[in-house]
Design a protein around this ligand. Sequence first.
Ligand SMILES: *Cc1c(COP(=O)(O)O)cnc(C)c1O
Length: 454
Amino acid sequence: MAHIKIILDENDIPKKWYNIQADLPKPLDPPLNPQTKKPISPDDLKAIFPMELIRQEVSQDRYISIPPPVREIYRTWRPSPLYRAKRLEKFLKTPAHIYYKWEGVSPPGSHKPNSAVPQVYYNMKAGVDRIATETGAGQWGSSLAFSCRIFNIQCRVYMVKCSYEQKPYRRILMENWGAEVFPSPTTLTNAGRTILKQNPNTSGSLGIAISEAIEDAATHDNTNYALGSVLNHVVLHQTVIGLELKKQLEQLEEYPDILLGCVGGGSNFSGASFPFVRDKILGKHPDLRIISVEPTACPTLTKGAYTYDFGDTAGMTPLLKMYTLGHTFVPAAIHAGGLRYHGDSPLLSKLTKERYMEAVAYQQREVFEAAKLFTQLEGFLPAPESAHAIKAAIDFALICKARKEAKVIVFANSGHGHFDLSAYEAYNTNTIKNCEHSPEEIKKAVTTLQKIHK
Ligand SMILES: *Cc1c(COP(=O)(O)O)cnc(C)c1O
């Protein structure tokens, strides 16, 4: 009988993360100092990150050991299950096999603690006693708050204002784990005050909240910064997803034809896909399609430029080479708050540029329609972010049906939507809007990038 779910043993939790930098056909373009335009040195990052994370950021080692105390905490919810979406397949009448790797089983409800736990662990080892961060939908803030509680470190979260207002329960969850949470932009930082002066009614953005958290870390001695996505070390930690996924599919004697995941900053999908991207780089599965799914409200990979840009709105970070809409771009306030980021992981961006990976974008309403169908058939309520991958999986399954192809479609299902019920209510009551920025708006945002190069 075919399995509905594959659950590995705790011993199968990876002992090492996979670092795709070791296998890139061409090395990553280095982060640049915005003043000198020269590559930054590890020392430039010491004010806000512990040394071990800086080392991981630039490491060329293919595998990096997971510290035993981190693996011990991973055991709380890992290995995460792989499901076969049998009822969805049946409903669609598709010959395709649809699988999803379910990260909604972690205490905060998403993939994000896969990186929050090691990040806080390395900060604790380095003697840091407070961490500042930003959060969009609240998933990263919750994951950091959860991890900080475990390692007994103070946690300050700058939460994007529209999410703070839409999702009070995420804030309460963070507060239960002991974090302090503020709606960003705040009047607590120069970055926040500047933005508020320009636009008092701003709904906030991840870029703005990042500026605030970095400023907090840079101006307090005992405080470091932690980022929930984008950077190489975050993506590295998330490879536990893809390494487990590979083992689970091997047990089923399956290999994906199409691998999908939603992309905000790129961490869950990079983590799920990079062990498979490696196969592609090595020429093993040339036909495998690895596809990022993003919202039309923030079409970084599908409409952005591949160039150097700041990671935050205020321009405090090093310049990163990535797909970006420009660091001043403020995406429409869609419910998938975790996908509202102007840039993307430099690693995922490069692999997209080099055509190992592709990207598609969907509108908000069709994504919720897919999420609701999924919930009615499979039971689990996905996060609005994850629902982007579901929509793409359904579309590909329907293509397989039309072509009578029994392809294997696998998607990363990054988290649950239990804190997104007001978004589902908006969908149910037909008040959810599609958002697409006009070509003029996109062009205007991207032209800010040219200034950086002058
Ligand atoms: C944060 C988040 C995302 C987007 O972030 P990535 O770094 O692109 O993974 C996607 N899904 C969920 C559930 C999230 O919490």
